[in-house]
Structures are given as C-alpha cells and as structure tokens.
Design a binder for this molecule. Structure first.
Ligand code: FAD
Ligand code: UDP
Length: 369
C-alpha cells in the first residue's frame, strides 16, 4: 500500500517524506509522540514559541541548506549568545575577548593570547585523549574550571576525563569582542516557531501520531515496501547486542508574570551545587514584548528505556557497539537507518537535513526507487 513507511517525524523523516512525495512515492509517517517535529517541536503558548525539547537555533555554513529551510519559514536575525554564571559572576560564552577580560582583565588580543599561551603551555604538546585534556589544551585551567568542568560533568553525568574530546570543540574560541555562539554564516529562528516547518513538509503526507512502530511492528512491515527508520538503532534490533548509552533531560517549564526574567534566551550554570545546566527564556528568541514570560530549567538525567534519549554518548565502548549494529543493519536491505538516533550521532539540525538530502539523492539515483 505504501512505498515507504517513515518511522519518526523529526527532520530526517519529514524531509524524506517531503522529497519522496515530490517524486510520487506514497509515504506513511508514524511517530510515537503526539506531535510532529521530533526534538525540534515548538509549542505556541499565548504567543511565545516554547522550545519543548531544549533551545534550538538554526545555523549553517551551507547556502543550499539555508535556502532549503527558508522555503518553509521566514527566519529572523536572532544571533545566539550565552551568558554563564559561575561562583556568582557572569561570563560571556563562547570564549572570546569579553570572557578573557572578565577573567584576566586583558584588554587587547595580544594580552589575551599571551595569557592563554601561559595557561595552555603544559597541556598543548600531547594529543588530547578526552574532553578534559582537550579543554585544557584549548583554553587552560582558569577557563576550564570556571566555565567548563561543572557544566560538562552535570550535562554528561560523568567525569570530563571519560568523555570524547570532540564535544568541547563544538564551541568557538576567538580573539574578538564577538559573543556569537556559532561561527556559521547563516543563523536565525523561524518566526512563529519550528512546528510550521514540519506542517509544511508533511502537508501532502499521511501521518499517524501517537503510534509506536514497535507496538505493531509486523503490521507496519507488511504495509510498505521499504522503511525509513529514525528511532534508536539498538531498539530496532531488540537491544540484542547490548544497549547503547544516551543522556536524557528533564525540562521544568514555568510561566512568570514578569516581562523579563534573565535578559537573554539562554543562561548557563556551571556550579555543581545547582542541579540544572541552563535556563532558557523562550520569548527572547523572537524578541517578544509580552507582559509575561516563560522559562525552562534543563536538568540532565540518566537515561533508561522509559526516558527520551536526547544525546548519544559517543565514547569508544558505545562506538564499537554501534558499529556492530551497523553491520547487522546491512542485512536489512529494505530498511534505511537515518537521523540522530539511528546514526547515533551528535547531529545538529542542518546536518540532519544534509544527511537526509544526501540519502535521498542516493535512493533517487538507484534502481530501488
Ligand atoms: P528526532 O528529532 O529525534 O526525531 C526522531 C523521531 O522519531 C521522534 O519524533 C521520535 O518520537 C520518533 N520515534 C522514535 N522511535 C519511534 C518509534 N519506535 N515509533 C514511532 N516513532 C518513533 N540542533 C541545532 O541545529 N541547533 C540547536 O540549537 C540544537 N539544540 C538542541 C538541544 C537539545 C536539548 C537537543 C536534544 C538537540 C538539539 N539539536 C540542535 C539537535 C536537533 O534536535 C537534532 O539534530 C534533530 O532533532 C534530529 O532530527 P532527527 O529526525 O534525527 O531526530
Ligand atoms: N559546555 C560547557 N560549558 C558551557 C556550555 C557548553 O562546558 O557553558 C560544553 C559541554 O561539555 C557541552 C558542550 O560544551 O556538552 C557542547 O555545548 P553545546 O552548547 O554545543 O551543547 P548542546 O546545546 O548541544 O547541549
């Protein structure tokens, strides 16, 4: 009855459905949640777009991806910048001339570079084996202890020495007074939220929400020629080689009858005594002027099978297990695995869209379609 069953309505699944529909493939999307969009979903609360699964800022260097996403929404000129509170003081993130000034009172790039060289001199010669070594080699002890260690260990629930180094390389380091959290050429927030994008992507597609693939697997397998699966890869194989580890989050959202709670969309908390990592004040993503505000405190938590899997923990043990699942998946020629959970990758939105478009190019070219 269907050419493709698509499990998951996040960016990977929805972009696939949209593109396959254009070449007249009949698709059914199912999602176990009650809404479209996966973790990118936003909910309109009296005019404030609440990012239900954590703050989502669209950013990319790829003009094609930027043009692609702009077909589905108009983006504003929001530029993400973060302030971090550590031992009662505020610092700018990512690491830039403002941060160096706040910590070392340096005023010029040469002063800051000299100070940084002194901080990293004992750490830069050996290749970093983990996040802590990488952070010390990049920014040295002062910044590591003030802005990284506490946040990282709360976020991931383990020592920074047990984490892969690439995670901290997501953050820019620059010698200008520029607080932009990203260095990409294009950036913004869709005016009116992200959900409209998914409504447009799936406008001509049959969608069944609140529907878990595993609750009726045989039936779903029987109604489509091929499956695009964007859930957890280990779950697809009943965890029979072992369970991949994830980090989960709890979101505590409240409405406050004040206009402006923290003056910024995101404030991070490095101190370990504070159990949450960040507070998001949603109205600032769209420069809202409402006389109330909505904030969300984000509490990292251990993942188990009853919780949402938000972040893959890409340490060597999990990567090895993931590779074994990829080998298994190669025996399932009618099933394609894609997206953050099925590829077990710390993907951003633009990367998931790029991955879906590359995948679609391949299947459009091959004879299977
Ligand atoms: P998902 O969005 O996870 O979608 C997968 C879908 O599959 C879900 O809707 C799920 O319910 C469904 N599903 C799973 N299993 C089943 C099943 N058995 N049956 C039916 N349905 C199923 N990216 C950025 O670019 N910028 C940011 O600022 C940013 N911030 C982030 C903040 C947080 C807290 C998190 C967790 C992620 C952030 N991201 C950000 C990353 C972004 O959320 C992902 O790149 C993107 O959502 C991945 O899309 P996806 O389709 O792969 O997966
Ligand atoms: N990080 C940190 N302090 C901060 C912000 C980030 O140490 O104030 C580290 C932390 O290890 C985090 C990583 O940098 O997991 C990546 O941060 P990013 O903001 O990209 O995380 P995300 O928004 O994906 O949760």
């Amino acid at each position: 009855m269907y050419d493709f069953l698509i499990v998951g309505s996040g960016f990977f699944g929805s972009v696939c459905a949209y593109e396959l529909n254009k070449i007249e493939k009949k698709c059914l999307i199912i999602d176990k949640r009650r809404h479209l969009g996966g973790n990118v979903y936003t909910e309109n609360c009296d005019g404030i777009q609440v990012h239900k699964y954590g703050p989502h800022i669209f950013h990319t260097n790829d003009k094609d991806i930027w043009n692609y996403i702009n077909q589905f929404a108009e983006f504003n000129n929001y530029i993400h910048n973060i302030t971090t509170i550590s031992h009662g003081k505020m610092y700018n993130m990512p690491f830039n001339m403002n941060t160096f000034n706040q910590i070392w009172n340096t005023k010029t790039p040469i002063e800051a570079q000299n100070k940084l060289a002194e901080q990293i001199k004992n750490h830069k010669n050996t290749p970093p084996n983990n996040l802590e070594e990488q952070a010390l080699a990049l920014v040295g002890k002062d910044i590591y202890e003030l802005l990284i260690k506490g946040y990282t260990e709360k976020q991931w629930g383990c020592k920074a020495t047990e984490l892969p180094s690439f995670i901290i390389k997501r953050l820019p380091l620059r010698f200008t007074y520029n607080n932009n959290y990203f260095s990409d050429r294009y950036q913004g927030i869709p005016i009116g939220g992200y959900t409209q994008i998914f409504e447009k992507l799936t406008r001509n597609i049959e969608v069944k929400l609140d529907t878990d693939y595993f609750e009726n697997r045989l039936y779903f397998n029987s109604i489509a020629d091929k499956i695009i699966y964007t859930g957890k890869i280990d779950e697809f194989f009943d965890y029979n080689l072992g369970t991949l580890e994830y980090r989960s989050l709890r979101f505590d959202t409240e409405r406050l009858e004040i206009e402006n709670f923290q003056g910024n969309a995101q404030v991070n908390y490095n101190d370990t005594e504070i159990p949450f990592t960040r507070i998001v004040e949603h109205k600032h993503f769209e420069f809202g002027t409402q006389n109330f505000t909505i904030i969300t405190k984000e509490y990292p938590q251990n993942w188990d099978k009853t919780k949402e899997a938000f972040y893959p923990i890409n340490n060597p043990l999990n990567q090895n297990l993931f590779k074994k699942y990829v080998e298994l998946s190669q025996n399932h020629k009618q099933v394609y695995f894609g997206g953050r959970l099925a590829e077990y990758r710390y993907y951003d939105m633009h990367q998931v869209i790029a991955s879906a478009l590359t995948f679609l190019k391949k299947i459009k070219q091959s004879e299977i379609v």
